[in-house]
Design a protein around this ligand. Structure first.
Ligand code: C2E
Ligand code: MG
Ligand code: MG
Length: 673
């Protein structure tokens, strides 16, 4: 916005400076012009009276000069001394400092400065003008000038060329040049000019200050008006986008914001939820207790909903007793169910209306977004219809729009509860899968793999519950159990087996970042009395990405316990090969997706070749997991893998089976393979 004060100050300052410069230039120019005119007149008068008095005697003096061509003869003429004398007398007490006489050829026949006699001025413009009958003057500044009797310095001079005419026929017979010293006059002009400029400057400054006061006032008034307008616009905007009763954003805001939210969710591929909330029996409250009570109930409802929200969640009041809550970036569908539960619970507390303690329930319908091809309006309709279903089902209900949504939300909630029961009721067991030495094809180690013995679903594989254990933090408890159990089991087998058998245990990212991993491992070793060299911890590349320094530090601490470390599923993560050399690990386990396709995919074979070379150069052992047939084994052997693990040798099996198969009567895979 234009700053009036600044604008005025800068433009007027420029104006004042321009006026002062223009004024000083123009006034000086005028003054000098007048001075020159004035002095020219004086010089002409002086010349005329001088010529009148001497011309009868000296007309021949000029005439004769046409015959004398060299300066010497001109300077040696006898009339010169006399001429000098009367010139000096005539010019005494005037400001004339030099007089020169030229013949019509431009030859200097006389000069009060005798050195100039004989010089030719024919080319001089002033001379030419005077020779043709005009008077010509010019003003100039001289540092040094030869005057009548002395040298004068730093002077302003006006020189005037004046034609001298014969009395008989009025013809021009000679040209006079008269120099007058106007220095004192110019000094006067300068002094006067300075005073004028100072006066003008003072007047302009006074005007400037006066106008500034007016502009400043105008500026303040405009600012105040702008501020009023901004506040007013904000108020109008607030009223347009907010509900005046509860202060919540209204339907307009919801419609506008949702378009963006939907687009963001599509771009980020995230899931959000729209919840439609409606008070039960609101009409009854309004009719029986009056509108004030109804308003009070709506305000309380808005407050209670707000206290249940987290992070980006926003509540809008659509109309009457209808509210909408929008949740963005749900990490799980059941987060919406959890919020609905919280709101339902918050609404169960009685509300005091007109001294009656009333309990008003709420019904909630939930739908998820983005859904292919569905607009905001259609999503709201879905949530609305889910809300009606909830209402029909009775008080304190929330419903998802589709059975699929409820299933998704319910499953995780159920699973979380079930996992807690599984921990309490010890439903987890370990399966074991052998690792085979590539050279001897004898058993070289064993990996402990967790299973969940679900009372209804049977054996559940780890991929379907480990992520949830991680999210809920339950993995720390379960992981500790796995470590203890695996170490105990390994100790038993080692006591029975004739060679040391190393057991591998998978460590999850959450365990790795927990503070007490080192002490948990140390504890498991101490309790089970398993030699640390018989324990290997399998880590994954993702654990080193965030804080490499810390990861290395932790790995070194684990190594200090005497255990081995390996990187599981190598090649599938984001490990920077550059920092791999800094990790104190002993083995790389090639991810089984590469092994899967080794026979058909040249790319996968190349990746394995590269990983092998890397392991060799860093002095690390190499394990190939997921070996399913002999051909794969042979190829991997050629590549130079140290150990194999996979269904070709054995699936993961329970401890007793493993004991019978590998410890009591060790199978020789050489025969099998
Ligand atoms: P992993 O550590 O990479 O374990 C190897 C997985 O590959 C195991 O799956 C194993 O059964 C499977 N496997 C072995 N050989 C073959 C084969 O020849 N073909 C095929 N298709 N698969 C093979 P499982 O037991 O289902 O374990 C899956 C993942 O769950 C494990 O991958 C590991 O990351 C995790 N996990 C298992 N137990 C634990 C545990 O106690 N703690 C933690 N934190 N994670 C565990
Ligand atoms: Mg593993
Ligand atoms: Mg693996």
């Amino acid at each position: 916005m234009l700053n009036l004060r600044l604008y005025y100050a800068s433009t007027s300052l420029i104006g004042i400076v321009a006026v002062i410069i223009g004024l000083s230039y123009y006034s000086r120019h005028l003054a000098l012009q007048t001075l020159v005119q004035h002095q020219t007149r004086a010089n002409v008068d002086l010349t005329n009276s001088f010529a009148n008095s001497i011309w009868s005697e000296f007309s021949n003096f000029v005439e004769d000069s046409y015959d004398l061509q060299d300066s010497e003869s001109l300077r040696s003429r006898t009339e010169l001394d006399y001429l000098q004398l009367i010139t000096a007398q005539q010019m005494d007490h005037t400001n004339v400092v030099k007089v020169k006489i030229y013949n019509l050829d431009g030859l200097t026949v006389f000069s009060t400065d005798a050195r100039q006699i004989g010089k030719n001025k024919h080319d001089n413009l002033g001379f030419q003008q005077a020779a043709s009958g005009e008077v010509a003057s010019e003003i100039s500044f001289r540092n040094e000038f030869y005057a009548f009797e002395n040298i004068i310095v730093d002077r302003n001079l006006i020189s005037t060329y004046i034609p001298v005419k014969s009395k008989e026929n009025n013809a021009i017979v000679a040209v006079f040049e008269v120099y007058s010293d106007v220095t004192p006059l110019i000094d006067d002009i300068d002094g006067t000019q300075l005073k004028i400029i100072a006066g003008v400057l003072l007047s302009l400054s006074a005007l400037y200050c006066f106008l500034f006061l007016i502009v400043n006032r105008a500026h303040q008034v405009i600012q105040k008006q702008n501020e009023h307008r901004r506040v007013y616009e904000e108020k109008i905007r607030f009223q347009a986008y907010n509900d005046s009763l509860t202060g919540l954003p209204n339907r307009n805001q919801f419609t506008e914001t949702m378009v963006q939210v939907l687009a963001d969710a599509r771009r980020a591929r995230s899931t959000g939820a729209i919840m439609f909330l409606d008070l039960n029996r609101f009409k009854m409250v309004n009719d029986s207790l009056g509108h004030d009570a109804g308003d009070q109930l709506l305000r309380t409802t808005a407050n209670r909903i707000q206290t249940c929200l987290h992070g980006d969640d926003v509540v809008y009041r659509l109309s009457g007793d209808e509210f909408i809550v929008v949740m963005q970036k749900l990490s799980h569908v059941d987060d919406a169910a959890l919020l609905a539960k919280r709101i339902v619970k918050a609404m169960q507390a009685p509300v005091s209306l007109n001294n009656y303690a009333m309990t008003v329930n709420i019904s909630i319908g939930i739908t998820l977004f983005p859904r292919e091809g569905l607009s905001v309006d259609e999503l709201v309709k879905q949530a609305d219809s889910a809300m009606y279903r909830a209402k029909r089902l009775g008080n304190d209900q929330y419903e998802f729009y589709s059975p699929e949504m409820s299933r998704l939300a319910g499953e995780r909630l159920t699973m979380e509860t079930e996992l807690k029961t599984a921990i309490n009721q010890e439903q987890f067991i370990l399966y074991y899968q052998p690792k085979i030495d590539a050279a001897t094809l004898e058993i070289a180690g064993v990996e402990a793999l967790i299973r969940w013995e679900h009372p209804m679903r049977g054996i559940v594989p780890p991929d379907s519950f480990i992520p949830l254990l991680e999210e809920t933090g339950l993995i720390n408890t379960v992981g500790e159990w796995v470590l203890n159990t695996a170490c105990h089991q390994a100790k038993i087998w080692n006591d029975l087996f004739d060679k040391p058998l190393r057991i591998s245990v998978n460590i999850s990212a959450r365990q790795f970042s927990s503070r007490d991993l080192v002490s948990v491992v140390r504890n498991a070793l101490v309790e089970s009395e398993l030699p640390p060299s018989c324990l290997e911890l399998e880590l994954t590349e993702s654990m080193f990405v965030e804080d490499t320094e810390h990861a290395i530090h932790l790995m070194l601490e684990l190594k200090d316990l005497g255990v081995s470390l390996s990187i599981d599923d190598f090649g599938s993560g984001y490990s920077s090969l550059g920092s791999l050399k800094n990790f104190p690990v002993d083995y790389l386990k090639i991810d089984r997706t590469f092994v899967n396709n080794i026979e058909d995919s040249q790319e996968d074979l190349s990746i394995i070749t590269a990983i092998t070379a890397l392991a060799r150069s860093l002095g690390l052992g190499l394990v190939a997991e997921g070996v399913e047939d002999e051909q794969q084994m042979q190829l991997l052997r050629v590549q130079g893998c140290d150990q194999f693990q996979g269904y070709f040798f054995s699936r993961p099996i329970p401890a007793d089976e493993f004991l019978a198969k590998y410890i009591e009567t060790p199978i020789e895979f050489r025969k099998a393979a």
